[in-house]
Design a protein around this ligand. Structure first.
Ligand code: ADP
Ligand code: MG
Length: 503
């Protein structure tokens, strides 16, 4: 039977055979079947080991009985070095027993020399089976990796959710502290704590959005601020032998993005650079305009090092998740850099010379200078004593909101769910304002509002909603509904409450 060459391609066939003329016959049979192959013959163990290394065969054909070497021994040697390499016995011995023994020892097939017709087909089938098997192993590996990525996502989602809750007091308490003191130093400390809370909260958010693959709304980020923050954070981890050189010629450069995420990009790149320079060198951080294309002005942020550089193999896999050459690396740094830069409409380029150093160029569109700056939050406004109902299932936030608003002079009714709120109303006068958690599962906000309206509530409702969460705002006749975005910004809460109560 003729075997098409295309089925198995160019094969490397290793013959374990002590009789050269027998080997020649086998070679002739295989070539006569139309297979394309190259051959090597060995006749003892050391040669076999050498050929497995140097010749890299696709298949081994071994004579079962040889004068100075045994076919079974050859099989053991091959199985030890390459367990999945197809191995076929050739023999002139007839008999079921020998065949069964051969297969039991782990050979893929057993062919009688006086039935040469079966040889080419058996060889290509063994090779094909082995390839299918190795494809299966590869696909399984990829699946495992996808599953690991998935569990990592779940872990990250849970973690960032918990983190957001833990950080909530840091977002609210500093404002309360500030309201209780005129000491400028204490007020400054409160600001520092609030800022850390805000950044921590953003990190948790960005972790969550990475996991969900969604995009965060962007802000206008001055590159100068970014550089300052990175310098500040790097100061602690800069070895003495490394000098940091920062250059920004144009101080007005701003990009659209998320400050924390962009800072993360520069930190990831800088830390990679430091790790690539164990003996020191210059770490460069530069920003410059690069001109106009695609109707926009562009900026290039460059991070350079004089470290070990990369070979072509590393360069090709750089941005793959989990690719790392470091014993304790995660291989996720550059993956997230790429995601963040691309989410800002930009792109990353890398140039690297092994032994000389690496350069990462971040091309980012500049902010449109004609767009007005984002409005900053209005200052706190003090309330005037009316009753406010707060319904929130999250205990920490409920009590913090209660404290914060009563410190502003409001009369507070706090309820942890809708049913409790309704019970509370029976004992008290109707509030002027209701603040409700839009994410409540038991008696959702719109149902509670409808019930409040039915009982005669005529005031304003503030609905606390997650970023990106939209709600039907015309929920009940006569009730005016506004949205408060989570995480809550206390200045914004005070302002919304005061506005709601004066209109
Ligand atoms: P990690 O730092 O955890 O290994 P990264 O995604 O940050 O993961 O980087 C992936 C790989 O890219 C590194 O392990 C390293 O081989 C290579 N690499 C990244 N930056 C540099 C650099 N500046 N110089 C040399 N190699 C680098
Ligand atoms: Mg890294």
């Amino acid at each position: 039977m003729a075997v098409k060459a295309a089925e198995t391609g160019d094969l490397r066939i290793l013959l374990v055979e002590d009789m050269p003329e027998d080997a020649d016959r086998v070679i002739a049979q295989i070539l006569a079947a139309g297979m394309r192959a190259s051959f090597q013959r060995v006749e003892e163990e050391a040669q076999l080991l050498g050929a497995l290394q140097d010749f890299q065969p696709d298949v081994v054909l071994a004579e079962l009985t040889m004068a100075g070497f045994s076919g079974f021994r050859a099989l053991d040697v091959v199985r030890q070095v390459q367990p999945a390499l197809p191995f076929l016995f050739l023999t002139s011995t007839t008999g079921e027993e020998a065949a069964v023994a051969a297969l039991q020892r782990g050979a893929n097939d057993y062919i009688l020399k006086h039935q040469p017709a079966r040889l080419p087909a058996a060889v290509s089938r063994a090779v094909r089976d082995a390839r299918t098997e190795s494809d299966r192993v590869r696909v399984e590996g990829e699946l495992m990796r996808a599953q690991r990525l998935e569990s990592l996502s779940l872990l990250a989602a849970g973690l960032s959710h918990d983190l957001r809750n833990i950080l909530q007091p840091l977002l609210i308490m500093p404002e309360l502290l500030k309201a209780r003191t005129d000491d400028p130093q204490l007020r400054h400390m409160a600001d520092v704590i609030a800022e850390c809370g805000r950044r921590g909260h953003e990190m948790a958010e960005s972790m969550l959005s990475f996991v969900r693959g969604s995009r965060k709304p962007s802000e206008r980020v001055p590159v100068g601020h970014l550089f300052e923050a990175v310098q500040l954070l790097l100061r602690g981890s800069l070895p003495a032998a490394v000098s940091l050189e920062v250059r920004q010629d144009d101080l007005d450069l701003t990009v659209e993005g998320n400050f924390t995420e962009l800072q993360q990009v520069l930190l990831n790149l800088a830390l990679n650079a430091l790790q690539a320079m164990p003996h020191g060198g210059r770490l460069g951080l530069r920003a410059e305009r690069t001109g106009r294309h695609e109707g926009r002005f562009w900026l290039c942020i460059t991070v350079t090092d004089e470290g070990i550089g990369m070979d072509a193999g590393t360069l090709a896999q750089l941005f793959s998740p989990f690719f790392t050459t470091k014993p304790d690396g995660t291989g996720l740094g550059l993956t997230s850099c790429k995601r963040i830069i691309e989410s800002c409409g930009g792109r990353i380029e890398v140039t690297s010379v092994a032994g000389q150093g690496t350069r990462f160029d971040l091309h980012l569109p500049l902010s449109d200078p004609s767009e007005a700056d984002q409005v900053s939050h209005p200052p706190a406004v003090r309330g005037t004593g009316p009753a406010v109902l707060v319904v929130d299932g999250e205990a920490t936030r409920l009590s913090l909101l209660g404290n914060a608003l009563s410190s502003q002079g409001y009369l507070l009714h706090l309820a942890s769910d809708g049913a409790a709120a309704l019970r509370m109303l029976q004992a008290n006068a109707m509030p002027a304002l209701a603040i409700l958690d839009g994410g409540a599962a038991l008696l959702p906000a719109h149902a509670l509002l409808a019930e409040l309206a039915a009982q005669g509530f005529q005031g304003t409702a503030l609905l606390m909603l997650d970023e990106g969460d939209d709600a039907e705002l015309s929920v009940a006749e006569g009730v005016d509904v506004h949205v408060l975005r989570k995480p809550l910004d206390m200045q914004q809460v005070f302002h919304s409450v005061a506005t709601a109560l004066t209109t």
